[in-house]
Design a binder for this molecule. Sequence first.
Ligand code: ADP
Ligand code: MG
Length: 628
Amino acid sequence: MATGKINVSVENIFPLIKKFLYSDHEIFLRELISNATDATLKLKHLTDIGETDVKYGDPVIEVKIDKEGKKLHVIDQGVGMTKEEVEKYINEVAFSGAEEFLEKYKDSAQDSGIIGHFGLGFYSAFMVANKVEILTKSYKDEPAAHWVCEGTTEFTLEDADKKEHGTEIILHINDDEKEFLEENRIQELLTKYNKFMPIPIKFGTREETLPLPEDAPEDAKPETKTVDNIINNPSPAWTKQPTDLKDEDYKGFYRELYPMQFEEPLFHIHLNVDYPFNLTGILYFPKMTQDMNIQKDKIQLYQNQVFVTDNVEGIVPEFLTMLRGVIDSPDIPLNVSRSYLQADGAVKKISSYITRKVADKLKSLFNNNREDFEQKWNDIKIVIEYGMLSEDKFYEKAQKFALYPTVDNEYYTFDELQEKIKDNQTDKDGKLVVLYASNQDEQHSYIEAAKAKGYKVLLLDSPIVSHLLQKMEGEKENTSFVRVDSDQVDNLIKKDEEKVSKLSDEEKEKLKEDFEKVIPKEKYTVQMEAMDSDAAPLLITQPEFMRRMKEMQQTGGGGMFGMGNMPEMYNLAVNTNHPLISEILNTKTAKKQERLIKHSLDLARLSQNLLKGEELTNFVKRSYEMVK
Ligand code: ADP
Ligand code: MG
């Protein structure tokens, strides 16, 4: 028997390993199974090229728990190692690999920015075990070897009598890591990290119900059979060619990824590049709700079918983190912080590739079946609008498929909309005035009024719409967006004929004074306006600019900080052509006039959803008094 001392300069590497990756102990299993997979695939390669007479067969990787012996076994049927190879690959390569890893990351390991901890490899076993054994036999005609190491730099290496080629790693689990002797915990880890690895992984057995024979009597009980419990699907959809997959396969894979998700995805995007970087994957558009945050962290990142993380921040542009699915790329550096990742050239290319693919897919969906695209618009608009807002490249591409629905469910691209309204909705300088509503119920009367004048009214109700419109006005110089209940609407759009007021200038002056006596100045700017006699007597509006800034402040974002809390300011348009207004003007007793003004204002506020709380209660009380 040979004994030896592992030659490392970091004298006590084991305590370091335990300390550094404290929170991530569970990755040892992923590392050992990755090694077992590599060893099996190496053998496959050797048999494929005729390098060996050994039969490849149907190898599996087995994970076994020995609860009593406090041991965990990982067994493969791969290439195995000779004694010399153990010396070389375990004592030298693996150790120096681990050492290098720790040297490099000992400062940043505490930093939560580290993604996976790839690279620690075999020695991560010592995070959970105080003693590790390797029992291995090479596919070459050489005796098996038995290596034992008890978590110090000492090891023993001797011949053993294993007959079949392959490797068994035996971990003697620490007392404070007993969770890794629990079946549920191991099952959970295997499902998390190894669900799509390329070699079948066996963990225990399970009972399978056999189908009843055709002629079975009605009360026959189906028989069960004990079968291997295979954890993984070795060839998941993303590893296949898009041409070999049908829509059903994509949906099936979605269910495999998200077994608890009952809603079907709206559509998928198959990613597949091998130059200048390697990346495969499938992204799905799920139905989106308005809340952007709860949706995130559903994209899983893999490297060669090994799960790494479900936090793809920095790899995928932020607006796409709302999607679901899988990305598999060996070219994403993982032992680095997020900020480094975002500056990495390969990662930048990956991110812009994904953005482009998503845009192309949306465009082709729009072109191929516009009706279907329109139907899905509500469920996908949040991603698209957010993308337009945050990525200039995407904004450009989206011009071809971004839709602007009207309150009457017509869907236009911006170009189509422009064509529709260019003769009817411009201001005095010829600038296009796009009217929109954000809430069909709350702005009902304003929408109706605008439609009655022949204007198109869009329905834009996403939470980020104010930001998007701000951006669009910056990009499209000749366009302004105005919400239907904003004061500018009626003044802004150029009309063929001006409305004449029934009241004289003096009368208007007096009326304005009367109103200003009663109505709080710091809240309302009173204006006399000649409107139709059957339009409302009073109309409360809020300047587009003011309201939009306020909204942008609330939803957070670019340049809006430091504006302080903006006051609630409204315009009160007094319709000088309305009979009630004439009556107010002609009311002689000040008390009665005040009452009329106050009550009318409350009605106007009520229709704008601005009358609340105690004021609303008093208003209702007063109204009952009046009907009595
Ligand atoms: P890496 O996998 O990145 O090479 P590891 O520390 O995980 O680093 O493993 C070191 C080396 O030990 C491997 O490259 C391989 O040569 C050898 N090895 C580890 N596990 C096995 C195994 N199950 N079968 C055969 N060789 C193995
Ligand atoms: Mg490895």
